[in-house]
Design a protein around this ligand. Structure first.
Ligand code: SF4
Ligand code: ZN
Length: 302
């Protein structure tokens, strides 16, 4: 809006954030954004001395997160998993990461799912009828944990934002998955030798704010959605919250934060054991990845 003045510095302002009752100039917006990340990290007890491996997909969230961590003085390295998704999606992801990391001199490693477990997401989709996003979800989770330990890091930063967290909470409430409430926290510490701590530095920031951040800092993330994301239920929960947010600005934020306020920081679950096949941390005897692999190889049917 023309003539509007920045809530912080009274300069010309154009970035309106209704749920914060604020309008910012570019500089104050960037400051606000960095502060939100710094506040999260402070809550987690991480400092720039904590070496962080950063999970990067090439999308807006992971690149924005990486950029702020770097600005805050963290020593980081990117970790990317090439899922082998068709339509050039995985190739474009790697290109977006390279475009970001190379001029900033940020190191990153990439591991291919196919080379690691023998199957790409495309292969798995051809061979099973399971919902691909749920399979992809647990594969990424285990691979990221495993590779973080292999890369000799103890903490992994992932780019989940406020919309992701609020959508996940709504999904768990709708399905009454109360046992998942315990795990829903932006920081999961770990002293397990095969499980890194997992932190979500962007959990206080909304998708729209992250989009603005990328535009203001000239970050060019991969802007396509994964071609397999259509019909993913997680998107529907986020859309439902957007509908409410539109009519009642601040709803998303209130919904997530009022839930988190009542929670204590979780500790490592004492029930966690190890998979009898691969040794990875899991509940029960066999981990989801080994069960999937059995099924793909046509061994004892699940
Ligand atoms: Fe994996 Fe689904 Fe995300 Fe695509 S949309 S990367 S298949 S979880
Ligand atoms: Zn296993």
């Amino acid at each position: 809006p023309k003539g509007a003045k920045c809530t912080r510095c009274k300069a010309q302002a154009t970035i309106r954030l209704p749920h914060h009752h604020a309008i910012f100039c570019s500089e104050c917006f960037l400051q606000f954004f960095r502060n939100a990340v710094a506040k999260a990290l402070k809550k987690f007890g991480t400092t720039p001395r904590t070496p962080l491996l950063v999970a990067v997909s090439g999308g807006k969230d992971s690149l924005a997160m990486w950029n702020v961590l770097r600005d805050l003085g963290y020593e980081t390295k990117g970790l990317h998993i090439d899922l082998g998704i068709e339509a050039g999606f995985s190739r474009a992801s790697a290109e977006a990461i390279e475009r970001f990391a190379s001029p900033r001199n940020l190191p990153w490693v990439t591991y291919s799912l196919k080379e690691t477990i023998g199957y790409s997401i495309t292969d798995i989709r051809r061979k099973t009828r399971r919902k691909i996003c749920s399979v992809c979800g647990f594969l990424k989770r285990q691979m990221l944990n495993r590779l973080t330990i292999r890369e000799d890091y103890r903490a992994l930063a992932v780019g989940h934002n406020l919309d992701d967290e609020a959508g996940r909470l709504l999904g768990n409430i709708v399905r009454h998955r109360t046992r998942y409430f315990e795990k829903q926290y932006p920081y999961l510490p770990s002293d397990h030798p095969r499980l890194p701590a997992r932190l979500k530095p962007l959990y206080r920031l909304e998708a729209d704010e992250i989009r603005i951040y990328c535009a203001e800092t000239g970050i060019m993330p991969l802007d396509d959605r994964c071609p397999l994301s259509r019909g993913a239920t997680s998107h529907m929960f986020k859309e439902a919250l957007d509908f409410l947010e539109d009519r009642m600005p601040g709803t998303k934020r209130d919904f997530l934060f009022s839930f988190l306020k009542k929670r204590e920081q979780p500790s490592l679950d004492p029930d966690i054991g190890s998979c009898t096949r691969c040794g990875e941390p899991c509940y029960g005897e066999t981990c989801s990845v080994c069960r999937l692999l059995n099924q793909l190889r046509g061994e004892d049917p699940p």
